[in-house]
Each structure stands twice: as structure tokens, then as C-alpha cells.
Design a protein around this ligand. Structure first.
Ligand code: ARG
Length: 408
């Protein structure tokens, strides 16, 4: 009998998939991954909920069900690698969902090897980015594994799913019609579909769960200091998973990290996605500010291009691309200087940098000052300007002649 590992969330769709794969004759290993989806809000309750997901898979007849806590790995290997690239897709989206997919693919492949399975399966539809991300990564890790996407092979309408569930004993009691499609992990929460498909409609408040509505936010601004050591962030003695969970809660109260984006999907269409990523936005804001202080102008200009490419590789499902690893190595060269403190001020949905300090700062107050003790060579500026503008002088002379286009 062939064995298959299914990425299992416990929802109606993947529960129906689990049953269908069993009916196809597979031994199904259900794999559930804990990426801290509700840690910022629910704490230990989230772990209990995921234990229940595992139990549900077994009760539906799974050959086995595994629950993998991948929070630490997700933050250190994926989210913080993206942080070092200030990764924002199309300049705004911190790639929370996109970053989780190659990790889920990696765990699918590892679990398949552990259980001597010959195939893996996921519940993505044929329209989104996630199918691309998971399948490209699975193929890169083990091209011999068959990767099944049953919801793409045969799309399942909600009434069909309900009918199938009722017929095969899949619990649907508490499955109320959800107004949105939601995906969440420690790096952020994505909300799509439903009324959000009307681009003229502002996202209703019920779309948000991690960020406070304006009238519930504290009226006074609040400051917080993020310390970086070799590029690794810390705050109030917290690092890694606890740090991100803390920042999601702390910045969320101030409504930081709400994003409403019409984005370009890998499969070619535009879609509207709403996000709330309070922790990620606070950290990227701080990281960028520190880079402005410690990196040279040329480093920053070049890195900005690389950062954009890095974000695109993540979004496009090309995490396994050697180019991304090369860019990782490039980003690592800055780590030794990426130490210092950044003070952030959070207020009414805005995060602003209000203080910067670093032993590697290239800022020199003696050069910058307009006050006493100015060490800048003002006379040198005159000569600099004469040479800096020289190419334009030549161009202006040609244009002034008016016959520049007439070849003699
Ligand atoms: N559009 C985002 C991305 O491709 C998020 C997708 C997550 N799915 C969802 N149901 N909201 O990365």
C-alpha cells in the first residue's frame, strides 16, 4: 500500500482530503506544523488546539499524525533571514505566508523519508502562490517524491465538501461559513477573499485580529528599544520566538502593521490581500534604520536592489534557488557591523524611529554639525561641485548650439 504525507491544518478542506486519500487506498500520515499562528494571542492555548488537530486526524483514520513545533526554526532560518534582507514584497508585504511554505515543504519531505512514504500532498488550490512554493521546494529537495494537489486536480466547492464530510463522518458541526480565507504564523496574518474582493470596500474591522482599531489604541505614544547584536534583534531580554510574539502583541495594540495590498501573484493575476504584521514591521523598520547608520552609501544602494530581489525570490517560491543562498552570504557580510540600538515610537498605526546608537555608526557629528566645532572642509565642496557637474556643462554647451543633431 502506498503511503502519503498530507500537510494537515484540521480544517474542513484538508479533513476531506485526508478521507479522500484514504479512499484512494493511501496510508495517510497527517502532518501539522506549529508556526506560532496564534501564539501572540492565545499562548499555550494554541498548542492545545494543535494537539486536537492531531487527534482529529487520527480519529479520521490517518495511519499516523505528527505535530511538529517549527516555531524556532521558522524565526531563525526563515523570518530573520528575510529581516536581514528587509524583505517586503512590492515594498510592503513582509512575506509571512510565503516564508512558511518552503519550511512546510522541507518538513513534508523529512516526514516522508521518516515514514518511507512515496508521496506528499497539500490542500492548496490551483490559483494561489502556495501550491507553487510548496511543490517547487519539494521537487528541489527530493525529485523522486510524487507531489499531489488534490484540490487542484478536482476543485472542491463548499457544498460538495460539506456533503462529502457528512457522508464520510468528517465532523462539520462547528464549521460555520468563514467570511475570509486566513493564514497566520508568527511573522504575520493574511486575510483574503469575501468582501475584500471589492477593491473599493475598505477592509471591515472583523478582518483584523492582531491589531487594534483606531479608537481602541492607546492615545499616548509608547517607546521601545530594539537592540541588534550581529544583526540579531533583542528587546526586554527577549530574542527569537518570544521576541516576535511579544512585538506582535505590543505593536498590535498600537495598530502597527496593517497592510492592504493589491499584489501580483506568481500565477499572473492580481489579488487583494490584507495583512497584519505588527512584529515584522517593527523589526524591519528598526533593522533598516540601523543599516542607514552603519552601512556606506554604496552598500545601501546595492543592498536595496538585492533586498528587492530577495523578497521576490521568497514570494515567487524560489527559496531553494542558489541565488537566494548567495544573497544570504552577501547579507551575512554586514552582520559584524549590524550592532546597535534603535528606539521606536509606536502610535496610532505608525512606527517611527526616534533614536539610534551604534559603535559602528558612520555618522560623525563633527562633520555633520551646523554648530561649533565643525570639521567639514567647506572649501573642498567648491572644487567637488565643479568636477561633479562637468559632464552637464559639456551637454549644456551642445544643446545651446541648437544644431546638435545635424551631422556635419
Ligand atoms: N498572498 C499572500 C502570499 O501569497 C498570502 C497568502 C496566504 N493565504 C491566505 N489564505 N490568506 O504570500
Amino acid at each position: 500500500m502506498s503511503r502519503i504525507v498530507l500537510a494537515y491544518s484540521g480544517g474542513l478542506d484538508t479533513s476531506v482530503l485526508l478521507k479522500k486519500l484514504i479512499l484512494e487506498g493511501y496510508e495517510v500520515v497527517a502532518m501539522t506544523v506549529d508556526l506560532g499562528e496564534s501564539d501572540a494571542i492565545a499562548g499555550a492555548g494554541a498548542t492545545r488546539a494543535l494537539e486536537a488537530v492531531r487527534a482529529k486526524a487520527l480519529s479520521l483514520g490517518a495511519y499516523d499524525a505528527v505535530l511538529i513545533d517549527a516555531k524556532e526554526r521558522f524565526i531563525s532560518e526563515y523570518a530573520f533571514a528575510a529581516l536581514h534582507a528587509n524583505a517586503l514584497y512590492q515594498g510592503v508585504y513582509p512575506l509571512s505566508a510565503a516564508l512558511s511554505r518552503p519550511l512546510i515543504a522541507d518538513l513534508l519531505v523529512k516526514t516522508a523519508h521518516e515514514y518511507a512514504a512515496t508521496a506528499v500532498a497539500h490542500g492548496c488550490t490551483g490559483k494561489g502562490n502556495d501550491q507553487v512554493r510548496i511543490e517547487v521546494a519539494v521537487r528541489a529537495l527530493d525529485p523522486t517524491l510524487v507531489c499531489r494537489a488534490p484540490l487542484r486536480e478536482a476543485p472542491l466547492s463548499r457544498p460538495d465538501a460539506m456533503a462529502f464530510a457528512a457522508e464520510h463522518g468528517v465532523p462539520i458541526a462547528h464549521t460555520v461559513e468563514k467570511p475570509y480565507s486566513i493564514d497566520a504564523n508568527l511573522w504575520g496574518r493574511s486575510i483574503e477573499a469575501g468582501v475584500l474582493e471589492d477593491l473599493w470596500m475598505a477592509p471591515p474591522e472583523d478582518a483584523f485580529a492582531w491589531t487594534a482599531v483606531s479608537y481602541d489604541r492607546p492615545s499616548a505614544p509608547e517607546e521601545i528599544t530594539i537592540t541588534f547584536e550581529g544583526g540579531e534583534p533583542r528587546c526586554n531580554g527577549l530574542t527569537s520566538v518570544p521576541l516576535v510574539a511579544f512585538l506582535n502583541a505590543f505593536a498590535g495594540i498600537h495598530g502597527i502593521g496593517r497592510i492592504d495590498l493589491v499584489e501580483d501573484r506568481v500565477v499572473g493575476l492580481k489579488s487583494r490581500e490584507v495583512y497584519e504584521c505588527p512584529g515584522a514591521i517593527a523589526l524591519i523598520t528598526a533593522h533598516r534604520a540601523l543599516e542607514r547608520l552603519v552601512l556606506t552609501r554604496d552598500e545601501q544602494r546595492f543592498k536595496a536592489t538585492c533586498d528587492q530581489r530577495y523578497a521576490e525570490l521568497i514570494y515567487d517560491g524560489l527559496w531553494m534557488q542558489p541565488l537566494r543562498l548567495a544573497l544570504n552570504a552577501f547579507n551575512a557580510t554586514f552582520a559584524t557591523r549590524m550592532s546597535g540600538r534603535v528606539r521606536l515610537c509606536l502610535h496610532q498605526g505608525c512606527v517611527t524611529v526616534t533614536g539610534l546608537a551604534s559603535p559602528f555608526a558612520l555618522y560623525d557629528e563633527r562633520l555633520a554639525t551646523y554648530g561649533a566645532g565643525d570639521a567639514f572642509d567647506h572649501h573642498a565642496a567648491g572644487g567637488f561641485i565643479a568636477l561633479h557637474g562637468l559632464p552637464l556643462d559639456a551637454y549644456a554647451r551642445v544643446i545651446a548650439r541648437g544644431d546638435a543633431l545635424a551631422v556635419p
